[in-house]
Each structure stands twice: as structure tokens, then as C-alpha cells.
Design a protein around this ligand. Structure first.
Ligand SMILES: [Fe+2]
Ligand SMILES: [Fe+2]
Length: 331
């Protein structure tokens, strides 16, 4: 039997494909570990060769300065909140490193992911500073306040395992991508630019001012989402019961990270409401339902009716398991 082309269940309509072969749990875990490693290696390739960028060296800071006065106070407040959320990157990485300590692929992946996230807080800081939206002293005070509180995975439902962390990250990255795309649209509108890049921007290869920061940071978030989505799809494929249970847990009370303690929390939430950036309904329409579709379910109903263990698979193994010894995969 091939690892890359397992036979699949015919058909719960609008449901993800799961394997039906009577593999041992260890064999399925091994196949999943291999798939995760392949996803991570492919991710590293794209990240290091196609998405490598530096917030200090690659953003059009002078254009931010020229156009900063055009940004509304709501847009400035939203970007300040984004900076706050990104600045908890040390906490996000620290807990993940502990969780993935025994899994070399995921540990390395987590380090790379953290290095990319660390640039995002800097990018938003530079936007605020060079747009003259906040002074250096204001930013320093803000960052001091960020450090005064600590994000922990236990603040979220379902992040109590490596798989839970991955499922949460998949949803969080998609939500973040959506938010940054929305703010890019606001920035472009306030700059008096069309949503799509102008011919001049296309020709020179980067967007104007803060729009470029939104573009490159969004591109990272989408790549993060895609990686975690691929890992969750593979987990669903090989460990359907455990993965379905974890998806149900994380989706049931999903909340974006650090919302309750970013320093400008109240102003940020007021700006979110005023600009209609995000709400429970928007999350369902723009994040949750498309995410379910990406995983293979046409609707929330189809997701709720899914029966992952219809074929008697017992798969409560952990993504964090160390690589099991090689063994034959055939039944
Ligand atoms: Fe980020
Ligand atoms: Fe991200």
C-alpha cells in the first residue's frame, strides 16, 4: 500500500475523505508524521525562497510618511491593536516549543513560524511610527504594557494538545488574514487608491506605503493558515475521530488571542465595531464557513452530522507522538 494514495471511504456526501484500511494506530500515526514532515519541508522552501522579507529594509517607509495624514484614527487604532496581538509572539512560541519538544519537524516549524510572526509586530510598529500615527514614546509605552501580561494556551478552549494547537492556529491564521486584508482595503481607500494594485505598483513590484505592509504581512498569514490547514487535513485523514473531536472543541468557543489584554483593548474594540471589521456573524461568514469548506464540509450542518468513527477506527493518538519505529503499513 502506498502512503500517498490510501484507499478512502466512498462517501458521506460533503465530508472529508478518511482512510478505511485496518491499519494499526501506530501505522496511521507514522503515516501522519510523514505527511506533516512533507508539509513542513514544502513550507520551509516557500518561506525561505519566496516570502523572505525584512520589515526594516523592504517597506516603503518614506511613502508611509508622505501619506500618514490620510489614515483615519480608526485605522490607526486597529493597526495599534494588531501590533499588540503580534507582540505576544514570545508567549505563543514559548508554549508551542514546550508542546512540540519531542517532534523535530514541528519544533523546527514552530521556530520558523515564530521568526515570521516576530516581523509582523515590527511591521505594524513601523507603519504607526512612519505614518506619524503614534510617537516613538507612545509605542514604547504600549509595548511595555504588552509585556506586563502574558498569553497562555489555557486561555482558549481546546488548545491542550499539539493537535489542538494546530487546529486553533489554523482558525486564528485565517481570521488574522481576513482582518489584515480588510485593513489593507481601508488603507487603500483612505489613500484614495483602488483595491487592486495600480499598474505602477504592479510594475515596481510593491504597493504604496502602509498598503505594502498589509500585503506582505497578509501573505505570511495566508501561508501560515495554509500550512496548518494541510496538517489538519492530514490529521483528519489518518486520525478522523480525534481530529473531529478537536475541531469541535476549538470551534465551539473560538476567540482571537490576547484580545482581553492588549493595552488599547477598549479603543480597539470600539474601532472594530465602528468599522464593522469583525463580529460573530462576520466570523461565521468570512472565516468559519469557508474553513469548513476547505476541510471538506459544505455547511455547519454537514460538520455536525459527520460520523468520524463510522468504520470503527480507534485513533486517539497524539500528533506529538515521537516517530514510531518503522513497521509494515500493510494490514
Ligand atoms: Fe502575524
Ligand atoms: Fe501568522
Amino acid at each position: 500500500m502506498s502512503l500517498t494514495a490510501p484507499s478512502s471511504t466512498p462517501s458521506l456526501a460533503s465530508s472529508p475523505v478518511i482512510i478505511t484500511d485496518p491499519w494499526t494506530p501506530e501505522a496511521r500515526q507514522h503515516a501522519l508524521n510523514q505527511a506533516v514532515q512533507d508539509h513542513c519541508v514544502a513550507y520551509f522552501g516557500r518561506s525561505l525562497k519566496q516570502r523572505n522579507w525584512s520589515p526594516w529594509h523592504d517597506l516603503p517607509l518614506e511613502e508611509m510618511r508622505e501619506r500618514g495624514h490620510q489614515l483615519s484614527e480608526d485605522t490607526r487604532t486597529l493597526i495599534e491593536g494588531f501590533m499588540g496581538v503580534e507582540e505576544y509572539v514570545g508567549d505563543y512560541v514559548q508554549d508551542g516549543l514546550e508542546m512540540f519538544r519531542e517532534n523535530r519537524s514541528r519544533r523546527n516549524m514552530h521556530l520558523q513560524w515564530g521568526a515570521e510572526e516576530a516581523k509582523h509586530g515590527v511591521a505594524w510598529e513601523l507603519v504607526l511610527q512612519h505614518s506619524q500615527a503614534r510617537t516613538e514614546a507612545q509605542i514604547e509605552t504600549y509595548l511595555d504594557k504588552v509585556r506586563a501580561s502574558r498569553w497562555r494556551p489555557a486561555q482558549h478552549h481546546g488548545i491542550n494538545s499539539p493537535l489542538g494547537t494546530t487546529v486553533y492556529a489554523m482558525a486564528q491564521e485565517r481570521t488574522t488574514f481576513f482582518h489584515y486584508q480588510e485593513v489593507r482595503a481601508r488603507v487603500r481607500h483612505e489613500y484614495g487608491l483602488p483595491l487592486a494594485p495600480t499598474p505602477e505598483e504592479r510594475q515596481r513590484g510593491y504597493e504604496i506605503g502602509a498598503s505594502e505592509a498589509c500585503r506582505v504581512v497578509s501573505r505570511d498569514e495566508l501561508a501560515h493558515h495554509s500550512l496548518f490547514l494541510q496538517i489538519v487535513r492530514s490529521a483528519l485523514h489518518y486520525l478522523p475521530s480525534l481530529t473531529y473531536e478537536t475541531l469541535t472543541q476549538v470551534f465551539s468557543r473560538f476567540e482571537m488571542p490576547a484580545m482581553r489584554f492588549i493595552p488599547n483593548g477598549r479603543a480597539y474594540l470600539r474601532a472594530v465595531r465602528r468599522t464593522n471589521l469583525y463580529s460573530a456573524d462576520i466570523h461565521k461568514e468570512k472565516v468559519h464557513d469557508p474553513l469548513l469548506k476547505s476541510l471538506g464540509w459544505d455547511s455547519q450542518e454537514a460538520f455536525e452530522q459527520f460520523v468520524p468513527n463510522a468504520h470503527g477506527l480507534s485513533d486517539h493518538l497524539d500528533l506529538n507522538a515521537t516517530q514510531p519505529p518503522l513497521e509494515p503499513l500493510a494490514p
